[in-house]
Structures are given as structure tokens and as C-alpha cells.
Design a protein around this ligand. Structure first.
Ligand code: AP5
Length: 220
């Protein structure tokens, strides 16, 4: 039985979402992406979305208590009972400690943390060239993973083609800020999970399908 409760850790653009989407389809467990949950709240114009937008558009982190509450609710949903892929959470030591406590309460031990390691110069190019579908969230890259010719872009959702958009926080000046925030706030989690003997490091500077086959090998 492969590992089914894991964190994908890595800098913005490392490929967490790309790999999580593949794993979700193969293992039939949900991808829990705090970034996606926050972006959905922004699109719906909720109070949470309005608050989150003020942080996300500057490339800084949404307050810990807000995202911890979101993850707590999401992990309690029925589809998370048999496993999950955390993507973009935890991102600070406070979030990591809160997750540990939450998982003890749920009786669902974390099985692995996979750090997707990519050099910073490559990350900038990945983010500024990213496009994703506003409807199904499928991720593309203008150069590394180009969408099929369009518009209209073929889709797997009924009645509508894919709607390719660029995330506002993928503008170059915001990308630089996000990388700095990662180094300062999230990189300490590498040592945190290494101490827990949960950390596995994956070389993410290879084509996505090679990274994925290595990820599957690590998960058993
Ligand atoms: P979030 O949405 O989590 O973004 P992120 O962590 O910055 O990561 P990205 O989604 O940008 O990158 P990714 O690693 O998923 O890469 P992807 O697969 O798309 O967070 C956004 C914001 O929300 C934060 O800044 C913060 O404000 C807030 N937030 C979210 N969670 C929070 C939390 N826990 N606490 C506080 N605030 C929070 O790939 C990128 C591109 O590269 C794509 O174009 C893809 O096609 C391409 N690519 C992928 N893999 C490869 C490969 N192997 N080779 C070549 N190209 C590749």
C-alpha cells in the first residue's frame, strides 16, 4: 500500500501542484491546497477571500490562524478519511506544530514529507510562464508544458472550453517576494521534518513525468 498521508514541500513553482494533481488521480485521495482554497474564496468574494487577497497579491503569507482553521475543516471532510496530499501547507513552524496536534486528534499520522528541490533561477521562469485553467485548475507552462492549441482550449469539463489565466501573484515583482518569504518562513520546515525522520528529497529539476515516477517510487 503506497503512502497516502503526505506533505509536498517546496518553493513557489517547484511543481507541488503539478505532482499533486497526478497523485490525486492515481491514488484517489484529495489534494488539499491552501492556495486553491484561498483563491476559490477570492473568486466567490467572501470575507475570507477579501482578507486573503490583501496578503496574496503582495506575495506574503496569510495569517497562520486563518489557514490552520481552513485545513482543520478540510481534513474533517469525508473524502480525507483515507488519505490526503497537503500542498502549500504547512508553511511556517507554527502551522507545522498545529498540524501535528491536529493529526494526533484525528488519529491520522503523517507518513511522509517530500521536498521537491529546484534551483531558484528555474523557479522564476516556471512561475512567470505558468498558465492554469480557471475552471478545472489544470496547470500548464507556455514552454515546459504547453496547453493544446487554442483558444478554444479543449477541456474535460462539460460545455465549456478551458479558460487559461495567469495568476496575479505570478507577476515578476511578486514572484521575487514569494521566494524570499519561502526562504525565511518555510525553509525552516526542512530541518523540522528531517528531525522527525519524515523528510524525503526529490530532485525536481527534471521533466514532470520523470519527477512523478520518482515520487511514486518514494511513496512505495
Ligand atoms: P500557493 O498557491 O500555495 O502557491 P505556491 O506555494 O507559491 O506554489 P505555486 O502554486 O506557485 O507552485 P507549485 O509548486 O504548485 O508549482 P506548479 O506545479 O504550479 O500560495 C499562493 C499564496 O497563497 C501564498 O503566497 C500565500 O499568500 C497564500 N497561502 C497559501 N498557502 C498558505 C499557507 N499555508 N499559509 C499562509 N499563506 C498561504 O508549477 C509551476 C509551473 O512550473 C507550472 O507552469 C508547471 O507547468 C511548471 N512545472 C511544474 N513542474 C515542472 C517540471 N518538472 N519541469 C518544468 N516545468 C514544470
Amino acid at each position: 500500500m503506497p503512502i497516502r498521508r503526505l506533505i509536498l514541500l517546496g518553493a513557489p513553482g517547484a511543481g507541488k501542484g503539478t505532482q499533486a494533481q497526478k497523485l490525486m488521480a492515481d491514488l484517489a485521495i484529495p489534494q488539499i491546497s491552501t492556495g486553491d482554497i484561498l483563491r476559490a474564496a477570492i473568486s466567490r468574494g467572501t470575507a475570507l477571500g477579501q482578507e486573503a487577497k490583501t496578503y496574496m497579491e503582495r506575495g506574503v503569507l496569510v495569517p497562520d490562524e486563518v489557514v490552520i482553521g481552513l485545513v482543520e475543516q478540510r481534513l474533517a471532510e469525508a473524502d480525507a478519511a483515507t488519505g490526503w496530499i497537503l500542498d502549500g501547507f504547512p508553511r511556517t513552524p507554527v502551522q507545522a506544530e498545529a498540524l501535528d496536534a491536529l493529526l494526533v486528534g484525528l488519529g491520522q499520522p503523517l507518513e511522509a514529507v517530500v521536498l521537491i528541490d529546484v534551483p531558484e533561477a528555474q523557479l522564476i521562469e516556471r512561475l512567470t510562464g505558468r498558465r492554469s485553467c480557471a475552471i478545472c485548475k489544470r496547470i500548464y507552462h507556455l514552454r515546459f508544458n504547453p496547453p493544446p492549441p487554442g483558444p478554444p482550449y479543449p477541456s474535460e469539463h462539460p460545455d465549456r472550453p478551458c479558460e487559461l489565466v495567469q495568476r496575479p501573484d505570478d507577476a515578476l515583482e511578486v514572484v521575487s517576494k514569494r521566494q524570499a518569504v519561502y526562504r525565511q518562513s518555510t525553509e525552516p520546515l526542512i530541518a523540522y521534518y528531517r528531525e522527525q525522520k519524515k523528510l524525503q528529497v526529490l530532485d525536481g529539476d527534471r521533466p514532470p513525468e520523470i519527477v512523478y515516477s520518482e515520487l511514486r517510487r518514494l511513496l512505495g
